[in-house]
Design a protein around this ligand. Structure first.
Ligand SMILES: NC(=O)c1ccc[n+]([C@@H]2O[C@H](COP(=O)([O-])OP(=O)(O)OC[C@H]3O[C@@H](n4cnc5c(N)ncnc54)[C@H](OP(=O)(O)O)[C@@H]3O)[C@@H](O)[C@H]2O)c1
Length: 309
């Protein structure tokens, strides 16, 4: 850890990713906490614009939730390679570097979609990828660039990189929510994965920033859960009539452009910081399914409208 600004006074947060999903949620949390924060307007790769923003706000902590994620999905990056490099590599590193020059701690909401089950980390073995493991999945351009960024940014002593995976929120109609996606798809694969229940984990990211943790952090709930297990929870808690069908990874490949990663991340580091962190299934029940079951009719109507059936 490096000596950074504001170690004794109230933290001042500057969030990049104002219009984004995670950036917006982090802003909401800081507002609820009554924290001192602002949103940045500069583009990440615009070094002088970023410097001006830091001079204006004088943050003790930068929270970087900016980057291209692709619309409607990461396949967009396959055909927008320069934009992907500019935001997700050059931009992210520029921001980290400018923060380093000023002794500012930066938290980077990165991704864990840079790993894939293989012979050394077989699916179902319980052996998860650690923070020290080098990315082994570069099958999509999004993941390829993200893996490169992670391998560079780990050299910055002021940066905490959070490996987010398949983020989940309670709103089962929000299109970016992993559960919304799998409820809506005609067919789903069925593979256990590490996932990030945002209502439980995002507050911890703010706490980690305050603690000025650095390095890489697998930012998921402990354990893995499969698509079918989640859909079964949806059926049990919300819609007993819900049905779905599975397809194989090979069949899935025909409806997407680039391959997707499936993996288990090791959560020893985050559990060491937050021993109360719930395993993925318990977290989903507490933060997603029980709150929706408490307003079951409303949720069911909204999901049916979203699915168009
Ligand atoms: N959502 C997921 O499934 C997921 C999963 C794992 C990890 N993550 C990571 O978490 C981070 C946030 O994701 P998200 O889902 O919140 O993304 P998002 O909803 O797509 O929002 C991205 C934000 O980044 C901003 N942005 C993009 N390029 C920028 C640039 N060059 N300079 C400044 N701002 C820029 C966007 O602003 P404009 O609209 O103005 O460009 C937007 O505010 C990303 O690093 C993403 O890779 C997301």
């Amino acid at each position: 850890m490096v000596e950074t600004n504001g170690s004794s006074s109230e933290p001042v947060f500057l969030i990049f990713g104002k219009s984004g999903w995670i950036g917006g949620l982090v802003g909401d949390l800081l507002k609820q906490q009554g924290a001192n924060f602002q949103f940045a307007n500069a583009r990440l790769e615009d070094r002088s614009g970023v410097i001006a923003e830091l001079e204006r706000v004088k943050p003790t902590h930068v929270l970087n939730a900016a980057g291209v994620t692709g619309r409607p999905n990461v396949d967009w990056c396959e055909t927008h390679k320069l934009e992907t490099i500019r935001s997700n590599l050059l931009g992210c590193i520029t921001l980290a570097d400018v923060c380093l020059e000023r002794g500012i701690h930066m938290t980077y909401y990165g991704t864990g979609c840079i790993f894939h089950y293989d012979d050394v980390f077989p699916q179902g073995s319980g052996k998860g990828f650690k923070e020290s493991d080098k990315p082994n999945f570069t099958g999509s351009y999004y993941s390829y660039v993200k893996a490169m960024t992670e391998s560079l940014i780990r050299e910055f002593p002021n940066v905490l990189t959070l490996r987010v995976r398949m983020p989940i929120v309670a709103d089962l109609t929000y299109p970016r929510n992993f559960i919304t996606k799998i409820i809506k798809y005609d067919k789903v694969i069925d593979i256990p994965n590490s996932m990030t229940v945002l209502p439980e984990l995002l507050p911890l990211s703010i706490e980690m920033a305050k603690r000025k943790l650095t390095g890489i952090m697998n930012f998921t709930n402990p354990g893995a859960i499969s698509h079918n297990e989640i859909l079964q929870l949806y059926k049990d808690y919300i819609d007993p009539e819900f049905t779905w069908s599975n397809f194989t990874v090979e069949e899935q490949a025909k409806v997407i452009v680039a391959p997707r990663s499936n993996n288990l991340l090791d959560t020893a580091r985050i559990e060491g910081e937050f021993p109360e962190l719930l395993p993925i299934r318990e977290s989903l029940i507490k933060y997603v399914f029980e709150p929706n079951a408490a307003k079951r009719e409303e949720t069911l109507a909204a999901v049916k409208e979203m699915r168009g059936r």
